[in-house]
Design a protein around this ligand. Structure first.
Ligand SMILES: [Zn+2]
Length: 122
């Protein structure tokens, strides 16, 4: 019982750390956010070698997070920011961190991420 409580609070601390990093990355970093239809755009798929089902991707070269603006913008920007912050993580680990963040994200934190996103929007 105690160890499960301990690991829960460790998970919560890890999530809060990630949320702070994402917020700081968006508010203070040099990266841009660009809205497009991502995978639905054939030219984008060819240029960036992404699947037609992609709803977001992280372009390290131009430091741009591409977000499908007709999908779940908040979730996509969290996911792509995690790719930008942790470029060595594979997709599976990125999805795990995304879920950890979403499980602990409060409305105020979601609001702050959305405001930061708007300030980064090209
Ligand atoms: Zn991904």
């Amino acid at each position: 019982m105690e160890s499960s409580t301990k690991s829960e609070s460790k998970e919560r601390r890890r999530a809060q750390y990630l949320i702070r990093r994402i917020r700081k990355f968006l508010f203070e970093g040099n990266w841009a956010v660009r809205f497009s239809v991502v995978g639905e755009d054939e030219a984008i798929c060819r240029r960036y070698e992404i699947a037609p089902t992609s709803i977001g991707f992280c372009d390290y070269e131009t430091q741009t997070l591409h977000v499908h603006y007709k999908k779940d913008i908040l979730v996509i920007v969290i996911h792509e920011a995690l790719h930008a912050l942790y470029p060595d993580n594979d997709e599976e680990e990125t999805l795990r961190l995304e879920q950890l963040v979403l499980d602990h994200l409060g409305p105020r934190q979601a609001r702050n991420i959305m405001i930061a996103l708007l300030l980064r929007l090209e």
